[in-house]
Design a binder for this molecule. Structure first.
Ligand SMILES: Cc1ncc(COP(=O)(O)O)c(C=O)c1O
Length: 396
C-alpha cells in the first residue's frame, strides 16, 4: 500500500481525500485490494456500477466492440450509438438524445439547449434556477449551477445565468422567476447534497409552474437514472415528467458516458450548435447499450426497489438499536444514515477495516449506493459489518 500512496502524493494532484484502499479487481458487489482483502462495495463507483463490477453483459459488449471499432468522429454514423439512442428514447418520455462523456458535460449541453430555447421562445431568457445543496458537476458553469458555496468559493468569477434557491420550496422558485428565466434544473432526489427527498407534491408543483410560465424543467438524473431509485428514471417515482433529462454514472455501467435527452417540443439544437470528439463513441455506447438493455429487460429497477426496502429496513433496525443514529432516508438503493454528531469519516474508516466500502456524504451522514444487483445475503453481511464499524468508531 505505502508505495502506491507515495506514488499518488508524488505524481497525482491531491484533489481527492482518498480512503487508504488500493482496489485491484471487482466482481459483482465485491472488490479486492492488493493484498487480496475482500470488501463489499456499497459505493459502486459513486453510483456507477449499477450491474455490479465486471458484469458479463457489459464485459462481452466491450470485448466485442473493442476488437471491431472503438472511435470514429461523429461525422459518421455508428451502430452502437444509434442502438443506445433507441433504447433510451423508446423507454423514456423523451424524444431525442445527445451523448457526452460525463455528467457535468451532459448538464452543460442541457443548459445550452435551454438557453437556445429561451432565446427562441422567451425573448432571450437565459437564466436557469437551480437548488441549494444540488450537485451538477465540476465545470465552471456547473459549479455555478451547483448550489453549494464551498464548491464555488475558489472559482469566482463564476459564469452568470444561474440562480440558486432552496430545494423543495416552490415559493423560492416563484420568487426567482423573472423574464430572464428559461429553465428550472433539479435533481428529483438530491444525492451528493445529502440524499434529500423533496416534499410530497413539490416536483409536480414545479412542473405546473414551468408549464404556466413557459419554462423548461430539466431533471438532472445523473445519479438517480437507470434504476437507482427503484424506477428506471427517478422522476417516475414521483410521476412527474421533465422536458429535458440528463444522465451519466449508471448509464455506461462503468465506462465514461453521459447523455441529455429532450422532448421534441424543445429539442432545438441544430447542426453546429453542439458536439464532442468522444461523446457517443462506439466503445462506450456499446457498453452503455448492453448495460441499459440488461437493466430494462431484466427489470433491474424493481429489484433495486426490493433490495432498497430490505436495506432500509436493516438500517431502521440499526437506528432503533443505537441512539446516536438520528435518521435513515432515501429511496431505492440511494440511502443515507445520519448520526447525531460528525462521525461519518470515522465510521467510513472503521468500515474499511471491516470490509465494507461506504461514502461519507456529509460530515454526519454516510451514503449507501451498492450495485442494483446486490442480494439479501450481501446486504445482511454489509449491515453486520456496518454495525461493527459504527460501534468501533463511536468507542474511539
Ligand atoms: C446529480 C449529479 N449531477 C452531475 C454530476 C456530475 O457528474 P460527473 O462527475 O460525471 O461530471 C454528479 C456527480 O456526482 C451528480 O451526482
Amino acid at each position: 500500500m505505502t508505495s502506491w500512496q507515495e506514488m499518488e502524493s508524488k505524481y497525482y494532484m491531491s484533489v481527492v481525500r482518498r480512503q487508504p484502499v488500493v482496489i485491484v479487481r471487482g466482481q459483482g458487489t465485491m472488490v479486492w485490494d492488493e493484498s487480496d482483502k475482500e470488501y463489499l462495495d456499497f459505493t459502486a463507483g459513486w453510483a456507477v456500477n449499477n450491474l455490479g463490477h465486471c458484469h458479463p453483459a457489459i464485459v462481452d459488449a466491450i470485448r466485442s466492440q473493442a476488437s471491431t471499432l472503438m472511435q470514429t468522429s461523429n461525422q459518421f454514423y455508428t451502430i452502437p450509438q444509434l442502438q443506445l439512442a433507441e433504447v433510451l428514447v423508446e423507454d423514456s418520455c423523451l424524444d431525442k438524445v445527445f451523448f457526452s462523456n460525463s455528467g457535468a458535460e451532459a448538464n452543460e449541453g442541457a443548459v445550452k439547449l435551454a438557453r437556445k430555447y429561451g432565446r427562441r421562445n422567451r425573448n432571450g431568457a437565459h437564466e436557469v434556477i437551480t437548488a441549494f445543496n444540488s450537485f451538477h458537476g465540476r465545470t465552471l458553469a456547473m459549479v455555478s449551477a451547483t448550489g453549494q458555496p464551498h464548491y464555488q468559493a475558489n472559482w469566482t468569477p463564476l459564469p452568470e445565468g444561474f440562480v440558486n434557491v432552496d430545494y423543495s420550496d416552490l415559493e423560492a422558485i416563484k420568487g426567482a422567476t423573472n423574464d430572464k428565466t428559461c429553465a428550472v434544473m433539479l435533481e428529483p432526489l438530491q444525492g451528493e447534497g445529502g440524499v434529500n427527498i423533496p416534499e410530497e407534491g413539490y416536483l409536480q408543483a414545479v412542473r405546473d409552474w414551468c408549464d404556466e410560465n413557459g419554462l423548461l424543467l430539466i431533471f438532472d438524473e445523473v445519479q438517480t437514472g437507470l434504476g437507482r431509485l427503484g424506477t428506471l428514471w427517478g422522476h417516475q417515482a414521483f410521476n412527474v415528467e421533465p422536458d429535458v433529462m440528463t444522465l451519466a454514472k449508471g448509464l455506461g455501467g462503468g465506462v465514461p458516458i453521459g447523455a441529455f435527452l429532450a422532448k421534441d417540443h424543445c429539442a432545438v439544437l441544430e447542426p453546429g450548435d453542439h458536439g464532442s470528439t468522444f461523446g457517443g463513441n462506439a466503445l462506450t455506447c456499446a457498453a452503455a447499450n448492453a448495460s441499459t438493455r440488461f437493466i430494462v429487460e431484466n427489470d433491474i429497477p424493481n429489484r433495486a426497489k426490493e433490495m432498497g426496502n430490505y436495506l432500509k429496513q436493516g438500517l431502521e433496525a440499526l437506528k432503533d438499536r443505537h441512539s446516536f443514529i438520528s435518521d435513515v432516508r432515501g429511496m431505492g438503493l440511494l440511502l443515507a444514515l445520519e448520526f447525531g454528531s460528525e462521525i461519518a469519516g470515522k465510521v467510513v474508516a472503521s468500515c474499511n477495516d471491516e470490509g465494507l466500502l461506504l461514502n461519507p456524504v456529509r460530515p454526519n451522514a454516510i451514503r449507501f449506493m451498492p450495485p442494483l444487483t446486490v442480494n439479501t445475503q450481501e446486504i445482511d453481511a454489509g449491515l453486520e459489518r456496518l454495525e461493527h464499524g459504527i460501534l468501533r468508531a463511536v468507542a474511539e
